[in-house]
Design a protein around this ligand. Structure first.
Ligand code: R5P
Length: 311
């Protein structure tokens, strides 16, 4: 594409957007995002975007005003005659509500996809969707990136000798197996089963963890209940130490305090979502995905392969 490329950011994770822009050798574009007295959002591009290949960086993490900002920026860019607008959504929120698994509930992930499309996105660039089928909720091109290279490097820097990869629950097996395969590590899984209608769960570890360094990996941490419980089970089964790496650190409520108290040595978490609460949380190590996102943006702009980034 011959057009100029410009990158803009909402308020949700400006530091990531700045890092991406630096990777591209550019400065962030000038867009104003403010609030009216009643709380409504206002956005205005303070520079020309006519005919420009526009990329708007905004994870749609809670609160919902982050999504509203993204929608308004997409709409404003489109109405200002941008040649093409790409929503760069490092963390796609509401992804866990991706099916009608009970009566009278919303398929919120589909609704969010519709909103982004209707607001004017020509393309979407995202990372580690909670369920990759969500790609099908979009009828516009979507590039789905993986934080795996960054998570893998985190583990490699720790020392992989005598290590075993473990997902914190069976839902995370696919991600953990892929990483274990690439790193040449074995995989163990935590199998939780309800033993009867009124009986609590039986927990077994399938695979060898005793005396070993465990690398636990997950796509997201919200309350941290899943990973803290898994770490406890792994330690009970003789794991020497547990390290955790995760793509999206939502850290709801007292999740950071829970992680500090859990038998986990350290948590490597990417910067798809801004960690707004300040330390002391001695276990958190932030890993940057700016280079992956920046490189994907360059390739999209030049109409080059994005999947080859992960080969
Ligand atoms: C589950 O499917 C996810 O991959 C996470 O394990 C889960 O959503 C994390 O939630 P929490 O941190 O609240 O346990």
């Amino acid at each position: 594409m011959g057009q100029e490329l410009k990158i803009f950011s909402g308020m949700a994770n400006r530091s990531l957007a700045e890092e991406i822009a630096a990777y591209l050798g550019a400065a962030l574009g000038d867009v104003e995002v403010s609030r009216f007295a009643d709380g409504e959002t206002f956005v205005k591009f303070n520079e020309n975007v006519r005919g420009v290949d526009v990329f708007i960086v905004q994870p749609t993490v809670s609160p919902a005003s982050n999504m509203i900002e993204l929608l308004l920026m997409l709409d404003a860019a489109k109405r200002a005659s941008a040649q093409r607008v790409t929503a760069v959504v490092p963390y796609f929120g509401y992804a866990r509500q991706d099916r009608k698994d009970q009566p009278r509930v919303s398929i919120a992930a589909k609704l969010m996809a519709n909103l982004i499309t209707v607001a004017g996105a020509d393309r979407v660039l995202t990372m580690d969707l909670h369920a990759s089928q969500i790609q099908g909720f979009f009828d516009i091109p979507m590039d789905h990136l993986f934080a795996a290279p960054v998570l893998m490097q985190y583990f490699k820097d720790l020392d992989v000798r005598n290590a075993v990869m473990v997902p914190p629950d069976l839902g995370g097996t696919k991600m953990a197996r892929a990483l274990a395969g690439k790193m040449g590590l074995s995989l163990a899984v935590i199998d939780k089963r309800r033993v009867g209608p009124d009986r609590s769960e039986a927990v077994h570890v399938i695979g060898e963890v005793a005396g070993r360094r465990v690398f636990m990996v997950d796509d997201l941490i919200s309350t941290a209940g899943t990973v803290c419980e898994a770490a406890r089970v792994l330690k009970e089964n003789g794991a020497k130490e547990v390290y955790l790496a995760c793509t999206h650190g939502l850290f709801a409520g007292n999740a950071l305090e829970k992680l500090d108290a859990a038998p986990i040595e350290e948590v490597g978490v990417t910067n798809t979502v801004r960690i707004s609460r300040k330390p002391p949380f001695r276990k958190i190590r932030v890993l940057s995905v700016a280079e992956i996102l920046g490189e994907a943006i360059v390739r999209i702009h030049r109409s080059e392969s994005v999947s080859s980034l992960f080969e």
